[in-house]
Design a protein around this ligand. Structure first.
Ligand SMILES: NC(=O)c1ccc[n+]([C@@H]2O[C@H](COP(=O)([O-])OP(=O)(O)OC[C@H]3O[C@@H](n4cnc5c(N)ncnc54)[C@H](OP(=O)(O)O)[C@@H]3O)[C@@H](O)[C@H]2O)c1
Length: 303
């Protein structure tokens, strides 16, 4: 199958494109910086300026949309929020217009979305895919992101969306950032520490995308999170145990994180449980359903 991946150079895209390539799929990546050093073909696009190398669409069966300016990299200024929005939503709308204009008969469009759909809220609720989107920045962003994907259904294409939790990988993302202070014996829970941190191992996330590409999972919206829930405090303690480091510092106060990160601190300070039931009911088997096993697999690899 020929699969085009936007954001295929990122944390998830790199792992996913390698996995799909190993399985024998024909992989192409859309990137703002094409590079002939990769195992898979890369094609230029610049969605901000409506530019794309349409050779990427040749014999195409499926698009996986992962592109997006990093949500946790910089403070959420007005300009940064617009970048976060346009790199996900407007880029998908641009692809839709091009695919429609050139009458490319793709069979499926699979987009990343995020658990931000459910809002930066700490509560006892466990969110399933039926829950409405929250009325905050990430909730509204996720809604527009998913609506942009849904447009592809007009052309008879199967549309899926993966509301992804915190991706655990040794190659980047949240985990190396969390382990760094712990390695220096300066680790501590954030804020109350009671906020949940819905997570998923990178291998399981790639498996979800592969199952959607291959039709093993029916098209639709899925929470891309592992079944076991963990709070920030639990995760901090587990990391300290696995790394054999002491945890002696008091919790980092919420106000200090707010001073440092502004509104982006809500990403770290709030979170509720998100249900993995729909994936399980559809027969998806997690390789890493427990946090300790997931962490051990990643940290062992690093040592
Ligand atoms: N990692 C997580 O924990 C996590 C959790 C929930 C949701 N997600 C979502 O999953 C998707 C992939 O995540 P990731 O962790 O792999 O992200 P990543 O490592 O930051 O990579 C994202 C990719 O998007 C492209 N990109 C960045 N800024 C862009 C812009 N302004 N315009 C167009 N393309 C841009 C880049 O590709 P080029 O530079 O090659 O163009 C980059 O490789 C993202 O949409 C993210 O929000 C990730």
């Amino acid at each position: 199958m020929k699969i085009l991946i936007t954001g295929g150079t990122g944390l998830i895209g790199t792992a996913l494109s390698k996995a799909l390539h190993r399985m024998g799929h024909d992989i192409a990546i859309l990137t703002r910086k094409p590079n002939d050093q990769l195992d898979v073909k890369t094609y230029y696009w610049d969605p901000d300026n409506d530019e794309i190398d349409v050779a990427a669409f040749e014999d195409l069966d499926c698009i996986i949309h992962l592109a997006g300016a990093n949500i946790a990299e910089r403070r959420w200024t007005k300009k940064r929020k617009q970048e976060i929005y346009s790199s996900r939503v407007e880029s998908a709308q641009f692809l839709y217009r091009k695919i429609k204009e050139l009458k490319i008969p793709i069979k499926s469009f699979i987009s990343s979305s995020a658990i931000g759909w459910y809002g930066a809220i700490t509560s006892d609720d466990i969110y399933t895919e039926q829950a409405p989107c929250a009325n905050d920045f990430l909730g509204k962003l996720s809604k527009q992101w998913e609506l942009a994907a849904d447009q592809f259904a007009d052309m008879g294409c199967a549309v899926s969306k993966v509301r992804t939790g915190i991706v655990l990988s040794s190659e980047g993302g949240a985990l190396p950032k969390m382990t760094k202070p712990i390695i220096w014996s300066q680790g501590a829970p954030l804020g109350s520490g009671k906020q949940y941190m819905p997570w998923i191992h990178i291998d399981d996330l790639c498996a979800i995308y592969i199952h959607l590409v291959e039709g093993v999972l029916p098209a639709g919206v899925y929470n891309g999170v592992a079944p076991e829930s963990v709070t920030n405090e639990d995760l901090t303690k587990i990391l300290a145990q696995v790394l054999e480091k002491p945890l002696w510092m008091p919790n980092i106060p919420s106000w200090a994180l707010y001073m440092l990160l502004g509104k982006m601190s809500s990403l770290l300070l709030n979170g509720s449980r998100v249900s993995a039931d729909k994936l399980c009911q559809n027969g998806f088997e997690f390789k890493y359903s427990e946090i300790r096993k997931a962490i051990a697999s990643i940290i062992d690899t690093d040592r």
